[in-house]
Ligand binder design. Structure first.
Ligand code: FPP
Length: 246
């Protein structure tokens, strides 16, 4: 029987990730290790978000999605929740002032109904300005939970069915995606979790079906553009098969 040696073909290098998502974890530990209140870690973390968003825009990433506040984070002390909400307001105030210069379009994913009227008003203003821009988009997940997002989408789909606008037997994955908070945003290619925790924590459950994960021990306030480069380099070394064979 003839023996045919299988030629080994290495997979072509991956194109750069179009969409990077980050669980900004480790703020509390960073602050505690420095003898600072946890809120100081969140303040440092929001500065890192700014730097990383700008870097993503500069290197040609199309979407950056960050987990800023989960549906479970309300369990934290009132002081910590107020501090995070305050940082978000501060960030939005400043972002609104220099959006034209920065060209960073913002979108908010999550159940926003529980946010303060003041924060909601800022989000509305930010959305209105963001509509004018094309190009790099940062998505901030606020009062976001992956399961909550799926339940919210299922309710919206059921309502459409009751009104006769949708048919349950014809529902496709793509159609269901259009009911999610992330409608219209491509799935993340790369999801980064700093701080040494190796879990998903209810982040982008639907959208992460074929995402590549990257975990690092670096705490979010210490995360730098060079760390992002390392994550992207690791991503380039992956062989994405999407369930097929390559
Ligand atoms: C997780 O670290 C971080 C959060 C729950 C809050 C993240 C919020 C910000 C960075 C501030 C505002 C955001 C923007 C986009 C301006 P952790 O506190 O759970 O850290 P730990 O595990 O060390 O306690």
């Amino acid at each position: 029987m003839a023996f045919f040696k299988k030629k080994s073909v290495s997979a072509p290098p991956l194109p750069p990730p179009k969409h990077i998502a980050i669980i900004m974890d480790g703020n509390g530990r960073w602050a505690t290790r420095k003898g600072l209140p946890r809120t100081a870690g969140h303040a440092a973390g929001s500065e890192v978000f700014r730097r990383i968003a700008t870097y993503c825009r500069d290197i040609g990433i199309s979407y950056l999605t960050v987990y800023a506040f989960s549906t479970e984070n309300w369990k934290r002390s009132e002081e910590e929740v107020t501090a995070i909400m305050g940082l978000l307001k501060k960030y939005l105030f400043e972002a609104l002032e220099k959006m034209e210069k920065d060209q960073i379009k913002l979108r908010f994913l999550g159940d926003l109904t529980r946010l303060s009227p003041e924060l909601l008003a800022l989000i509305d203003r930010t959305n209105a300005v963001s509509e004018k821009y094309e190009g790099f988009q940062a998505n901030i997940c606020l009062n976001y939970g992956g399961r909550d997002e799926i339940v919210h989408a299922a309710r919206a789909f059921a309502r459409a069915c009751v009104k006769g606008e949708a048919n349950p037997d014809e529902l496709t994955e793509m159609q269901f995606g259009s009911y999610l908070y992330s409608a219209g945003i491509p799935d993340p290619d790369l999801i980064i979790r700093p701080s040494g925790e190796v879990r998903v924590s209810n982040f982008l459950l639907w959208q992460s079906a074929y995402a590549e994960y990257y975990f690092t021990d670096v705490l979010w306030p210490d995360f730098t553009p060079a760390e992002l480069d390392k994550a992207i380099a690791a991503y380039h070394g992956r062989n994405r098969r999407f369930g097929g064979v390559k």
